[in-house]
Design a binder for this molecule. Sequence first.
Ligand code: 2P0
Length: 299
Amino acid sequence: MKVTASANANIALVKYWGKRNEQLILPQNSSISMTCDGLRTVTTVEFSDNYKKDTVVINDEELKKDEKNIIGHLDRIRKLARIKSKARIVSETNFPVAAGLASSASGLAALTLAATRSAGITMDEKELTILTRMGSGSAARSVCEGFAIWHRGNKEDGSDSFAETIAGKNHWPEFRMITTIVTESKKKVSSRAGMAQTVKTSPYYNGWLDSVDDDLTKVADGIKRKDFQTVGLAAEANCLKMHALMLTTKPAIIYWHPATVEIIRAVTQWREEGLPCYFTIDAGPNVKVICASMNEKEI
Ligand code: 2P0
């Protein structure tokens, strides 16, 4: 059966940067994100015995380098469904891929949703987030609407490392995330390779692990109370801490461009002048600005 599904990108307010198990994609720490209305991937999957091989087309281009091991993820789904058919996957995003805008999160989530249905598997949301996580960690959060937490979990088999909504999309409708696009070019170091190198080489990694639970508590509590300042300041500090990990990785990973720093400085300046806004940056140069809807236009 040919099935189309869509999923939205998510931007983390408390980041995931490092795995405790690379095969199952189990994280070193829990993370919290917001699923974004504006950044969307729509994916169609068809398993058919007429196909001789798997084909993946993303934004009209056939995928050559399978960096996220999409075929491995399909194999996982085929095994669950006990089928052998090859698949054709056609995926479209409404934003640039691999530029730190969480394209793999929405991509792997949409793929998992469409492929499981196409293969005839039914799963509840928790099981779907676990399966999606094995395709790409942050994608587990894109299965959930609104603000989501992806639990680190403690079990070796990953059965307690799943994502769930902590506040639905109607909980805080004034919350905005403005995406700036500093560059659309593909980043040189993938998140997957970068985070593995950080865990191995950054002398700051234990400091990250020791302080991340405090960030999670602050952000979760701020979301619950709809408190921009608490969420914004904690998200900003957590983002800067993650980039400190990247900078102290050997060899250093520097995702920022000059314009990234210009925007960081502008956001801090505006805040000093009384305009409440906060920034967060993922594994790329593009800055996202967090603000309330009443200040969206001005920012
Ligand atoms: C996040 N990022 O929490 C963090 C912040 C980038 C910076 O999750 O290896 O594509 O597929 O699990 O999920 C990007 O890493 O890596 C990411 P894999 P993923 O959103």
